[in-house]
Design a protein around this ligand. Structure first.
Ligand SMILES: [Ca+2]
Ligand SMILES: [Ca+2]
Ligand SMILES: [Ca+2]
Length: 277
């Protein structure tokens, strides 16, 4: 009987704004606590907060800037919406590109080339296992999408995903692919949504806003973004440097070696670059 229930398409309550370009496609609010079954972020540790995730997909036909989009849930006690996560800067999703937000920890894996965010707070996304309403808002606070997990709340120990992806109703992931409990950043079958999504895709754009790249901390920027406000962030969306009226030369100071995004606000130009010391 239980299995039969799993196979039923679950009725759910959600709204999607008529103009929504970003939709909720998969939610893991109750990762399995059996061994490492629930280790969705791939860091080798099960954590009921850190391994929660929400997967979003850009359903528009154009690049979508999802910087500073926000995730809320509905507090059943106060009746108020509670902010759970604010996206970082420089998050540009191509058409059909996916974005995954994990509750915490370290996201280890390719996740289909999706953009990946990790919440840095101790509470993570705090997705309730007993049902709640989860909301997505854009950077201006407009409500974009939501999902009501009350109809889904049966301690599933796996994600709920749209089936078919993007257009379908939410059902338990393992009822589509037995034994596969979630698919952050990919279709249910593991295929990437858009291979041009994420860091590898951005690098392939061959943008040359900053050079030399890789560099050793002292860079020059192209004339097309000079004079603009530049934001430089790490791969977790944390802004580490903001430069207003940028001149030709920029210094990364004591920033550690790694990959960074540079984002020019006025022209909405962005590029990944590598800092080496
Ligand atoms: Ca939870
Ligand atoms: Ca984990
Ligand atoms: Ca998925």
């Amino acid at each position: 009987m239980f299995r039969k229930l799993l196979l039923l398409t679950v009725c759910y309550l959600c709204f999607t704004s008529a103009n929504a370009q970003l939709i909720i496609n998969e939610v893991l609010y109750d990762p399995s606590n059996t061994g490492l079954e629930g280790d969705a972020n791939g860091d080798g540790v099960y954590d009921q907060v850190q391994d929660e995730f929400i997967e979003f997909v850009n359903i528009s036909s154009a690049d979508l800037d999802v910087s500073r989009y926000r995730i809320y849930d509905h507090d059943t006690i106060t009746g108020l919406k509670t902010l759970r996560h604010t996206m970082g800067y420089n998050l540009i999703l191509p058409p059909s590109g996916a974005l995954v937000v994990f509750g915490g920890g370290t996201a280890i894996g390719t996740f289909g080339g999706a953009l990946v965010e990790v919440d840095l707070g101790t509470l993570g996304l705090s997705l309730g296992n007993s049902g709640e309403k989860i909301f997505l808002a854009d950077s201006s606070g407009n409500w974009i999408d939501s999902i009501n997990t009350n109809a889904l709340s049966n301690n599933p120990n796996e994600s709920y995903t749209r089936d078919p992806d993007i257009s379908g109703s939410f059902i338990q992931h393992g009822s589509v692919t037995p034994g596969k409990l979630f698919s952050p950043g990919t279709y249910i079958n593991g295929s990437p949504f858009n291979t041009q999504t994420g860091i590898s895709g951005i690098i392939k754009e061959k943008s040359s806003l900053i050079f030399p790249n890789p560099g050793n901390g002292e860079f020059q920027i192209s004339s097309e973004i000079q004079g603009q406000t530049l934001r430089i962030s790490n791969l977790f969306g944390q802004e580490i440097l903001k430069i207003e009226h940028a001149g030709r030369n920029i210094s990364m100071g004591n920033a550690p070696e790694g990959l960074y995004f540079i984002y020019a606000a006025e022209s909405k130009k962005s590029q990944v670059f590598v800092l080496k010391h």
